[in-house]
Design a protein around this ligand. Structure first.
Ligand code: PMT
Length: 396
């Protein structure tokens, strides 16, 4: 629940993307936001108020003279209760009106009367977006401190291709979560490893492990939300790149080591979440091993470099955070790893809790001792770990 208790007025204006606002209401609600929908008259030609009412569980506001507001001041009451007014889709006409301070319907009046931030997700035909009048309005709105998210490029409902498409509901949700996250890592460069490594035996076979990358990707997302500039060195996983994060894909531990050592010099914080193979195959074959040739193949292993220990021993090392996945004796083993790799903070998890799923159970170990976190989805734990890192690095 990343938006628990946040009060969001979702303004919907007239455009074909209005149908996507219905999904946005659902996504915002799922993250705990209290969503109040207000529609322009134009929007009601695309989607009915009943759809939004059913999804938000609240009456939808359509005009200034709504008799449900006891003091006939819907624009003041609704906008003063909000933590954010989000208009998605924001049409060219709506942007023009609010850029010029017009208050000719309920939504525009609420925007003018607001005391909270305003975020717009523009959606229009590409020619309308490129028109110099729209671009003047965009510049005015940006100067007024309005947050503009998108538009995206791509195929449009009218069949044309170009800039003007509204961001997808999931992308808008990410922007809203980022907006509310406290910027505890503002301006910091954070380097993260995630996922498994793959150590080739031959061109089609290899040694790997069951890390899904979810914990590392959740950390990359949380660090980005809290203002960091994030580089994610990722082993082979099937996860989308978190918005705003720079992913460096790698396969083997050696590749991961090289990518990390290249970026470590500029990093303020390094978080090693990857489940790196301790050994690689010394005699990897460059052709596929055949079953019927030469009996059972012998696989010789050699040790991989320890990425975390190597970063921690750099002369100007970033603040280093390790992970430890253990099947038993979590505290003893995690603390031993912390000492051996000379890192100030280790997040310990049991393998049955950490590998694979969406949730985890983590205990943080630092100079002050053990800090058990309540079991939770990986993103929630990632945000808590980021908070802990921000506290420990406060004076750096
Ligand atoms: O990806 P998920 O499915 O979400 O699962 C998450 C996780 C269980 C993989 C994650 O939470 C976790 O615990 N990662 C560390 C796995 C581990 O046990 O690593 P380790 O004990 O082998 O290494 C300890 C630390 O040194 C880790 O930070 C590791 O990234 C780092 N290391 C290890 C070996 C090596 N050659 N280089 C390293 O940097």
């Amino acid at each position: 629940m990343e938006l628990q208790g946040k009060r969001i007025v979702l303004g919907v204006t007239g455009g074909i993307a209005a149908y996507k606002a219905a999904e946005l209401v659902r996504l915002l609600g799922k993250q705990g936001a209290d969503v109040q929908v207000a529609m322009t008259e134009g929007a009601t030609h695309f989607v009915t108020a009943t759809t939004f009412q059913a999804l938000s569980g609240k009456p939808v506001y359509l005009d200034q003279w709504d008799a449900r507001m006891p003091n006939a001041m819907a624009h003041i009451d609704l906008s003063r209760q909000a933590d954010l007014i989000l208009v998605a889709p924001a049409s060219a006409d709506f942007m023009a009106r609010i850029a010029n301070g017009l208050a000719d319907d309920l939504l525009a009046t609420m925007v003018l009367a607001r005391t909270c931030p305003l975020m717009l997700a523009p959606a229009m035909n590409r020619q309308m977006w490129e028109n110099s009048a729209t671009q003047r309005n965009v510049a005015t709105l940006a100067e007024d401190g309005v947050a503009l998210i998108g538009p995206a490029c791509g195929e449009q409902a009218c069949g044309e291709v170009g800039a003007g498409r509204m961001l997808e509901p999931e992308e808008i949700l990410e922007e809203v979560i980022t907006f509310f996250a406290p910027k505890v890592l503002s301006g910091k460069k954070v380097l993260i490893t995630a996922g498994p490594t793959f150590e080739a035996i031959d061109p089609v076979r290899g040694i790997t492990n069951l890390s899904s990358g979810r914990m590392g990707y959740a950390l990359a997302r949380a660090a980005q939300h809290t203002g960091a500039d994030v580089t994610l060195v990722s082993g082979p996983v099937a996860l989308p790149v978190p918005a705003g994060v720079c992913r460096v894909p790698v396969r083997s531990a050696l590749e991961m080591h090289e990518a990390v050592m290249q970026a470590a010099g500029q990093a303020d914080v390094f978080i090693a979440v990857a489940a790196v193979a301790d050994y690689r195959v010394a005699n990897a074959a460059d052709h596929k091993l055949k079953k019927d040739h030469g009996g059972v193949p012998a696989i010789e292993l050699v040790e991989n470099p320890d990425i975390l220990a190597d970063v921690a021993s750099l002369p100007a090392a970033p603040f280093c955070v390790g992970f430890a996945a253990e099947s038993q004796n979590l505290e003893a083993y995690a603390q031993a790893k912390r000492q051996k790799k000379k890192v100030p903070l280790i997040a310990g998890n049991l393998i049955q809790d950490g590998f694979g799923g969406d949730d985890n159970r983590i205990t943080l170990f630092d100079d002050q001792g053990a800090h058990p976190l309540v079991p939770a989805p990986k993103y929630v734990l990632a945000r808590q770990l980021i908070e802990h890192i921000a506290k420990l690095t406060g004076n750096r």
